[in-house]
Design a protein around this ligand. Structure first.
Ligand code: NOJ
Length: 584
């Protein structure tokens, strides 16, 4: 689907096959969560005209692709990930005319637009589901997963759900429809019924909708939980979770038996033969490296890259609300394995943040004394890996987690439902709140901090979610004016990826894998090698143990987050990151 240039044979080390070099190897994607990005009409909710207004800001940052979280018509049960019309814009966000203007203006600045594609489920208010639920004989009954109560049990009786699976948003993954006496499957909220991809009519309808958006000018799709669309039949009970009473159904819907077939069919039906440079990224919880190789092997025509979740699960215990500190050696082992696993075939996506993750600087860095340094360090480490980096709105400003007070400050359905469910099984409210403060998706959803004014320049009205009080110090206006800001550091990293083929395509080699505080690796291509050394701690750290330390002493310092250090390879200061370059 994408323009492919073969790497010239001459530049390949002897013995390795030529790798395909593709445009997205040197591209950086920026995610906009429209609701919290920029309001243009004073209703307190971000919108498309707000995005248009900030395109010059994004062009200054230098990004290549803008991924828009869902803007389709939606009851907003899950902030737009519950779609009731795939071919219209929710009035909260604007109109199709606004959307067309956004595409045009983005393209005029050389930016591509990628849509969020949410087709594991629809909203329960989508006409397909309304028709499906209307009767057992409806022509669309089989577009969703309908099942009678468990054998021998009455509909609605405790435990009568067709399987014992837990939904991602707490409670059972099945909802009873009183009118027909059957249950429908919803892996997420009860307002997000799962589509039945076994039905070819469903697949055809989805592909037609995707073609419609491509014809309208969009440049690709980020595919929501796309590795859940193929279910392993028959649907059956899973292992009951320790914190019960429901079970883990994931073995029956993660990378199910027809997933590769469906994605290849989608490619044929939607992307094949289109000349544009399109981008496809599949969000894939619990995907393994081996599966990711298959999904992203260009020869298989499935997707360009996947979002994997291993590294953002390392500070979780049994589940995401059970938090533990990150061990740096585990992070290196994990990301290093993904780098190695996709070195020859396939491609990685690289991210710390998105709308579902707490802010990285609060989570993996130090959002107090070393906020600026640690935000730059995280960016440096990520953007120097091999893969396509994703920047989530506000990350380029070093935005932090939200200082939540009580339970009423949480708005996200996942957090709200979890709080209720956890208290229901007797957990102490303060303990549950602590887990929410650290792990809630709401941390990512406070409005972007544009300036120091009362609503941070996000809206002239009352924001739907309070702006973080730290916007008086942390905001885009201040950072644009300061050449040493986190923003300008991101800008330099993006520029480096654009200009330096070793950053886009060089081989990755992890160093000091066991070191508890230093993250170090090299990238090499042809005659160049780049060394990244980063101190994930608030203490000074000597860089010992690189096999060729003395050679790095004379290397060129390409980028750092502190005033230029002395000659040689001096100790790293708290949260210091440096990038060196050497030519053979
Ligand atoms: C993954 C999305 O990123 C998340 O925000 C959403 O709640 C679920 N999929 C359900 O669509």
């Amino acid at each position: 689907m994408s323009a492919v240039e073969a790497t010239p044979e001459a530049s390949q080390p002897k013995g390795t096959p030529p790798r395909e070099r593709q445009w997205f190897h040197s591209a950086v994607v920026y995610q906009v969560y429209p609701r919290s990005f920029q309001d243009s009409d004073g209703d307190g909710i971000g919108d498309l005209r707000g995005v248009i207004r900030r395109l010059d800001y994004l062009a200054t940052l230098g990004i290549d692709v803008l991924w828009l979280s869902p803007i389709y018509a939606s009851p907003q049960d899950d902030n737009g990930y519950d779609i009731s019309d795939y071919q219209d814009i929710d009035p909260t966000f604007g109109t199709l005319a606004d959307f067309d203007e956004l595409v045009e203006q983005a393209h005029a600045r050389g930016l591509r637009i990628v849509m969020d594609l949410v087709v594991n489920h629809t909203s329960d208010e989508h006409p397909w589901f309304v028709e499906s639920r209307s009767s057992k004989d409806s022509a669309k009954r089989d577009w969703y997963w309908w099942r009678p109560p468990r054998e021998g049990m009455d509909a609605g009786a405790p435990g009568a759900e067709p399987t014992n699976w837990q939904s991602f948003f707490s409670g059972p993954a099945w909802e009873l429809d009183g009118a027909t006496g059957e249950y429908y499957l919803h892996l997420f909220s009860r307002k997000q019924p799962d589509l039945n991809w076994e039905n070819p009519e469903v697949r055809e309808a989805v592909y037609a909708m995707m073609r419609w958006w491509l014809d309208r000018g969009v440049d690709g799709f980020r595919m929501d939980v796309i590795n859940m669309i193929s279910k392993d039949l028959p649907l059956r009970d899973g292992r009951v979770l320790d914190h019960g009473p429901y079970a883990d159904g994931s073995p029956f819907y993660i990378c199910g038996p027809r997933i590769h077939e469906f994605l290849q069919e989608m490619h044929r039906e939607v992307f094949a033969g289109r000349p544009e440079k399109l981008l496809t990224v599949g969000e894939m919880p619990a995907v393994t490296v081996d599966e990711a190789v298959l999904f992203t092997d260009p020869a298989r025509h499935e997707v360009d890259m996947v979002f994997q979740f291993e590294h953002v699960g390392l500070d979780h215990g049994e589940h995401k609300w059970d938090r533990r500190p990150l061990e740096l050696a585990e992070l290196k082992a994990s990301l290093g394995r993904w780098q190695a696993g996709l070195a020859e075939v396939g491609w990685n996506s690289l991210y710390w943040n998105n709308h579902d993750q707490p802010r990285a600087v609060s989570r993996f860095g130090d959002d107090g004394q070393y906020r600026v340094e640690s935000a730059k360090l995280l960016a440096t480490v990520l953007h120097l890996h091999r893969g396509t980096p994703y920047v989530y709105q506000g990350e380029e400003l070093g935005m932090t987690n939200v200082p939540f007070e009580g339970a009423q400050s949480f708005l996200d359905i996942e957090s709200v439902n979890y709080y209720r469910a956890a208290l229901g099984v007797g957990r102490a409210p303060e303990e549950v709140l602590e887990a929410l403060r650290e792990g809630s998706r709401d941390n990512a959803r406070s409005p972007v901090q544009w300036d120091a004014s009362p609503h941070a320049g996000f809206t002239t009205g009352e924001p739907w979610f309070p702006v973080n009080p730290n916007h008086v110090d942390i905001n885009a206006d201040a950072e644009l004016a300061d050449p040493d800001s986190v923003f300008h550091h991101y800008r330099r990293l993006i520029e480096l990826r654009h200009s330096d083929p070793v950053v886009a395509d060089g081989d990755f080699h992890m160093l000091l894998p066991e070191h508890p505080a230093i993250y170090a690796f090299t990238r090499s291509l042809d005659t160049q090698t780049v060394l990244v050394v980063a101190n994930f701690s608030s203490d000074d750290q000597r860089v010992d143990g690189l096999s060729d330390e003395q050679d790095w002493g004379a290397a060129e310092l390409v980028l750092g987050n502190y005033p230029v250090p002395g000659a040689g390879l001096p100790p790293l200061r708290p949260w210091e990151a440096r990038v060196y370059r050497r030519r053979a």
